[in-house]
Design a binder for this molecule. Sequence first.
Ligand code: CMX
Length: 132
Amino acid sequence: MKIDHVGVAVRDIEESIRFYTRSFGLKVLHREDVPGQNVRVAFLAGAAGETAVELLEPLGGEGAVARHLEKRGPGLHHLAFHTGAIEQDMERLRAEGKPPLDDAPRPGARGHRVCFLHPKHCEGVLIELVEG
Ligand code: CMX
């Protein structure tokens, strides 16, 4: 599978955007609030077609990214793989004993369908599948 993006939990998305654009020349490809995940996100990359960096700032209150910042601080949050057939991959992973956290794909950023796999099934890494 192609790596779609690497997710990074941040406290201040504007400050992080300045960091990646000034220090590493990345450009912002897309910005969005994802209320279903309670996050504000920005996708950045160096050139078209490259694996993106997704910055994730909590929108406030509860949520996976807010908990991550509270317990683990800012830093690498998840690794996302692109799939052309998310339901089939979810079924295959279930059969392999790695059940996705979600029973069915849910709406993610950029209008894509996503699901997550718990780090305990993935060598300590939170993994996202992205179809779209
Ligand atoms: N990477 C690696 N390990 C992680 C982790 C992460 N991002 N987040 C939690 N863990 C580990 C913890 O260290 C802990 O390990 P131990 O049991 O060995 O101590 C275990 O997972 C459980 O952690 P927790 O803090 O008790 O559990 P949470 O309540 O934070 O839930 C998880 C963890 C993965 C189930 C939850 O974060 C989740 O459902 N994530 C999927 C959704 C998501 O992350 N959405 C935000 C991204 C949205 C987007 O990309 O648009």
